[in-house]
Design a protein. Structure first.
Length: 520
């Protein structure tokens, strides 16, 4: 928000002028910086004993270059040296910028004195005590740099051991190295969520282009957030109870929009903090308690809260009325949320055969499937042809996906749909789950046309298992027409488990449709 920044600069300037007017100027030793003043220490605040504010101001070039720097002074010389050194390098940057800007000003003022007025330099640095006790102190330092109207703002965090004066790094906050895994997992979750949103809004030539872009972004994020200290070396504590994790440009995506940051709840780390930090941050931890549950457990701790909307499936008897099971493969995708909206508005229950790799980046969507009464089942981790894989890889594909579904929904996946419908006796034996195939295939993956999909599904007979894919817009677009066409024939949409009742699917067996549907 450039307007706000400008306002800030103006406020700063007026503050500075007021100070110039009423404070005595201390003599400066260097003649070339005659405008420098170092103001006397003043206490930071009544809340924090023993912390003082040191302010330095400098006016150069007849007021075209202004500097205002505040930095903390504490009882510890080591802390002071570090913060003073930081301020000093900022002052040097300011002087270099001011000198360059002044050259431009002098040149331009010969031609256009009005335009020359924009060649000004405004640098300011302020700090805040984010938290402090006898053992530890956390500062944030904000620097604003404006050269000729182009403004940048930087905020950095500094942590010191108050007893030794030693500067602490992020790893020092935590009791063990698990914090890296936590940072990695929570950062990924947040960045993936953003990526899905961004790619939903962006236009692509085709769904496969979009999916390709998503996969590329997902991989980039995954690499840039691997649980290693080097990827999480810039973290700031904020007073709102969050940790601001800052990534370098290009670390988690192409740097078109500059460096990326995510704010994570401190509460999500409370079990990993060293005791002295736990105590120091306890006000923030209390505030963040609610957030912690969500952040830590995903949904695994709250699976009981299943919100089934509309009449439950228990009231439907598929041996009396015509039922079909709608199944959606290969998701979740950016279209799945709108599909869920449609299913909700028609009060239709479906079964989703999800890919582990996609469930991982859209866990909220998978949780919504579950909460809205749909069945969430396994379609492998990454859609490999399972008949070509070794037994170990087969088990990995199955178990990783099952574990993730359990983690997100709190419920075990009990059914498997083999990618491409490809299976053999060996795969059935190794997988050790019931295989759900289908009896109606609209080939929506080939014909990306809602009208064609409608025509092929709307005539589905009682007992059918209908195959569809929630990764295509055309399929989702076809759904309202399909649902109302079948519902107007009195057909009930049910989950796979309901359709196959009273049978409970058995491992190693295949299921294509309801075995004994009622006839009209
Ligand atoms: Zn598939």
């Amino acid at each position: 928000m450039p307007g706000r920044k400008l306002l800030k600069a103006v406020v700063l300037l007026s503050t500075l002028l007021t100070l110039t007017a009423c404070q005595p100027i201390r003599p400066e030793t260097e003649a070339s910086h005659a405008g420098v003043r170092t103001l006397p220490h003043r206490p930071y605040s009544a809340k924090y004993d023993g912390i003082f504010v040191q302010t330095v101001e400098e006016v150069l070039n007849e007021g075209r270059s202004l500097l205002h720097v505040s930095y903390p002074v504490t009882e510890h010389e080591a802390v002071n040296l570090r913060m003073e050194g930081l301020a000093q390098s900022f002052i040097e940057d300011y002087r270099a910028t001011a000198a360059a800007m002044e050259v431009s000003y002098q040149e331009r003022s010969k031609e256009d004195s009005k335009e020359a007025l924009s060649f000004v330099t405004r640098f300011s640095q302020s700090f805040e005590v984010k938290a402090a006790n006898e053992e530890i102190i956390l500062f944030s330092v904000e620097r604003m740099m404006n050269a000729g109207g182009a403004e940048t703002v930087e905020v950095d965090g500094f942590i010191f051991d108050r007893r030794s004066g030693a500067e602490l790094a992020v790893p020092d906050l935590f009791a063990d190295s698990h914090y890296l895994e936590r940072l990695s997992e929570l950062s990924r979750r947040e960045l993936w969520k953003r990526t899905v949103l961004r790619l939903t809004e962006q236009s692509f030539a085709s769904d496969s282009d979009r999916m390709e872009a998503l996969e590329k972004s997902v991989r980039w994020i995954e690499e840039g957030t691997a649980p290693a200290a080097e990827f999480f070396d810039n973290i700031l504590f904020q007073t709102d109870g969050t940790l601001l994790v800052k990534f370098d440009e290009d670390q988690v995506g192409s740097g078109e929009d500059g460096p990326v940051e995510v704010a994570l709840s401190i509460g999500a780390f409370s079990d990993l903090l060293r005791p002295e930090f736990h105590q120091l941050l306890s006000p923030q931890l209390d505030d963040a308690e609610g957030a912690q549950e969500i952040a830590l457990a995903g949904a695994a701790e709250t699976p009981a809260a299943v919100t089934v909307t509309g009449p439950s499936e228990d009231e439907i008897d598929c041996s009396v009325v015509a039922c079909v099971a709608l199944t959606f493969d290969d998701g979740p995708s950016i279209y799945t949320e709108s599909l869920l909206d449609i299913l909700l508005s028609f009060n239709v229950k479906a079964t989703f055969f999800v890919l582990g790799k996609s469930a991982r980046i859209q866990p909220d969507t998978v949780l919504r499937m579950h909460r809205e009464g749909h069945q969430v089942e396994n379609h492998s981790w990454n859609h490999s042809n399972m008949t070509t894989l070794s037994d170990d890889v087969i088990r990995d594909q199955i178990e990783r996906t099952n574990a993730l579904i359990k983690q997100i929904t709190g419920q075990e996946s009990t059914l498997f749909r083999p990618p491409y419908g490809a299976y053999n006796e060996h795969l059935l034996a190794v997988t050790n789950m019931p295989f759900i195939l289908w009896s109606v295939d609209p080939r929506d993956w080939r014909d990306r046309n809602a009208g064609i999909v409608v025509a092929r599904v709307a005539t589905a007979p009682a007992g059918a298992i209908i195959l569809a894919h929630d990764i295509f817009r055309s399929t989702v677009d076809a759904m309202p027409t399909i649902l109302s066409a079948l519902q107007s024939r009195g057909v009930q949409f049910v989950s796979i488990n309901k359709l196959l009742e009273p049978h409970i699917p058995i491992s190693g067996h295949t299921y294509w449709r309801q075995s004994n549907p009622p006839t009209d």
